[in-house]
Design a protein around this ligand. Sequence first.
Ligand code: 1GP
Length: 237
Amino acid sequence: MKQSLQSWRHVFKLDPDRLIGDEALEAVCMSGSDAIMVGGSSGLTYDNTVELLSRIRQFEIPCVLEVSDLEAVTPGFDLYMIPMVLNTTRSDWLIGHQARAVEQYGYMIPWDMLVPEGYIVLNPDSTVARITEADSRLDASAVAAYAQVADKLLRMPIVYVEYSGMFGDMELVSDVRRSLYDARLFYGGGITDAESARRAAAVCDTIVVGNVVYSDLQAALDTVRALKGEQQEQQLR
Ligand code: 1GP
């Protein structure tokens, strides 16, 4: 599964704390997206995570858990993504919570199923920025520097530029991508239609689409079509 992550272009992020009907969930899982990431900044519990996982498991799409709350960690996911917030001002969100989790549960951690994500949180008004007390007013060169620390020093496989709730600065994202050597660049935030999906996909490796699933399902599905059309065109060339 870790290998297949290298080819993901489109991921839907679903929040166990938000309601999604069976038909909408089926449409999301059958959309042609490359994976479902289960996660959210608040309100995750064991129960709502297990319930969402078991509903997604009716379909074949890969399903990974983004671990933001130890209480919500449940077995049965394909991979476990471990966010480490690079631009937090509190070391807990970079490494403290993770170290305490290892201390408590180290003996049962399936290490080969874990994938660290170096998060750079850039929307100061987002829940994740507030919770992690991220220093989100960074210019492009500062963001690129964080990204390079993650990629070249810490050897993280994923750098995740997170604008959750707003569409970010695509020039900045493009600069970040140019600065990376090995890491895959995930971008998430404010992708609400085919056009924003295409613009983000042009400057990163993997786009993550969250909120619009709950506010406008059709537009969410269009974000997949926008990318799959692009892939078909590339194959025909
Ligand atoms: C959130 O990056 C994801 O963690 C997606 O953001 O909800 O704004 O699409 P949106």
